[in-house]
Write a protein that binds this ligand. Structure first.
Ligand SMILES: [Cu+2]
Length: 489
């Protein structure tokens, strides 16, 4: 295959083993219940109605993924006869799935044909600051008609995603997002029927015209605008086929600009094996799966139902602030349609395991952050504040290369916030400053209403000005952003 993981030196304890060795010992980071080559258990064409289009790699070098990507307006059919004039990558909603192997070099020749400047941010990927897509920090804005080449190594296996960092709420909300899947042979957990699911929403009227990005005025900003159509891989309520009792691996990203997804499968369990930064310490079973904007989940589901019947993936209500549960209903997300094959006997799910070495709390620099939403001013405008100031009045937080920091983020606003740090993974801790198990590398973490999150982050060798912000993009635009200035040692 020609891929090598030997270049991906990790500062975070991920065992990195050259591929040859992986093939021999099946790696130290993922252990399967059985080393037998898995075979598909799904009915033929099970994912045909929902599968993402994929970016075309035009570089014959097996360790380089080189693609062209164009942002442009396009008519997109999200349901039969339901067409929206969306902002797209390559004319699709979402943009094409980019597939790479850990250690690959990814080159993206990006052209902007939008009526606005834009950039691409590679959410969760440990890129150099020059590739982070933040205007004026990483790069100038890419103006209409201009080209920018993104070029970086993908060091970590996992599901990532890409989206603009210019007028983010408007541009992401209009359709600009796509998934980047970085695969590692060591992460082949034994379930071959795998699909990437990009969850999002979009707002448009009966003529297919996008809802204005500032609809609802200041109150819309404070809530975080949600689109009126839930999308899975760009489709309203698509159908995935399944054989009852056959496990499927779902790689899920929430690319919505504000909407939380509290998923349930009519009470059937999700077997969670990974999060933002790849596989987690050990699997965990849950009946509801919360994925807030920006977060990812790697889960195995084993849907069960009657031959020819259906099962519905639903979004339950989650209270992320006023307007998120009042007068709202559980919404349907995806239909699972069972084949007429007999139900399979109970399958042993893979005993996925990953060694995660927690950074040390002792010696970590403490950083305390409080999120607030003061009453609106006389002009009726509200602003979110981080330690008393919105981002446009904030000074950067300081860090040095190699430093470990312990962040405490306290939410004193009456809205929940998915807190996202660019460029680095962090490890969530509990109130006793012990790692939360199963441990998982995160780059986005929900701070519930009146809640507090704590995490350890090791700032590796990539100096620069790294953003953090709420991934409810209206909140980010409304003040809830900041920067970490990572300087040389
Ligand atoms: Cu927020």
């Amino acid at each position: 295959m020609g891929h090598t993981t030997s270049t991906s030196v990790s500062a975070r304890g991920r065992s990195t083993v050259p591929l040859l060795l992986v093939a021999l010992v099946w790696s130290t980071s993922a252990v399967m219940a059985s080393a037998q080559a898995p075979t598909s258990l799904a009915p033929a064409g099970w994912d045909a109605g929902i599968k993402l289009s994929e970016a075309r790699d035009r570089n014959p070098d097996p360790s380089i993924v080189e693609i062209d990507l164009t942002a442009r307006l396009a008519d997109v059919e999200v349901a039969p006869g339901k067409i929206v004039k969306a902002w797209t990558y390559d004319g699709g909603l979402p943009g094409p799935l980019i597939r790479a192997h850990v250690g690959d070099r990814v080159i993206v020749h990006f052209t902007n044909h939008l009526p606005q400047p834009t950039t691409i941010h590679w959410h969760g990927v440990r890129v150099p600051i020059e590739m982070d897509g933040v205007p004026d920090i990483s790069q100038p804005e890419v103006k209409g008609g201009d080209i920018f080449t993104y070029d970086f190594i993908v060091r970590d296996a996992g599901l990532y995603w890409y989206h603009p960092h210019v007028m983010s709420a408007a541009q992401v909300g209009s359709g600009l997002y796509g998934a980047l899947l970085v695969e590692d042979p060591a992460d082949a957990v034994g379930v071959i029927d795998e699909i990437t699911l990009v969850l999002s929403d979009i707002g448009f009227d009966s003529k297919g015209v996008l809802e204005s990005a500032d609809s609802g005025g200041p109150a819309g900003m404070v809530f975080g605008r949600e689109g009126n159509y839930i999308l899975v891989n760009g489709k309203v309520m698509p159908t995935l086929r399944a054989r009852s009792g056959a496990p499927q691996r779902w790689r899920i990203v929430n690319a919505a600009k504000s909407r939380y997804f509290l998923l349930d499968l009519e009470g059937q369990p999700f077997y969670v094996i990974g999060a933002d930064g790849g596989l987690q310490e050990r699997p965990e079973t849950t009946e509801t799966l919360l994925i807030t904007p920006g977060e990812r989940a790697d889960v195995i589901v084993t849907p069960r139902g009657s031959s020819g019947g259906t099962l519905t993936l639903r979004a339950q209500l989650y209270n992320r602030g006023y307007g998120s549960v009042e007068y709202r209903n559980v919404e349907d997300v995806l239909t699972i349609a069972f084949s007429d094959q007999p139900t399979l006997p109970v399958q042993t799910l893979p005993a996925v395991h990953r060694d995660i070495a927690a950074p040390k709390v002792a010696g970590a620099t403490r950083v305390d952050v409080v999120l607030t939403l003061p009453p609106a001013g006389a002009d009726g405008k509200s602003e979110f504040r981080v330690n008393g100031v919105p981002f446009w009045k904030a000074k950067p937080y300081m860090a040095t290369v190699g430093e470990t920091q312990l962040w405490t983020v306290k939410n004193e606003s009456k809205f929940a916030h998915p807190f996202h740090l660019h460029g680095f993974f962090f490890l969530p801790l509990d109130e006793k400053l012990e790692p939360i198990h199963p441990m998982a590398w995160k780059d986005t973490l929900n701070v519930p209403i009146d809640g507090t999150i704590r995490f350890l982050v090791v700032f590796d060798e990539r100096p620069g000005m790294w953003m953090f912000h709420c991934h409810i993009l209206d909140h980010a635009d409304g003040g809830l952003m900041g920067h970490v200035h990572l300087g040389p040692r």
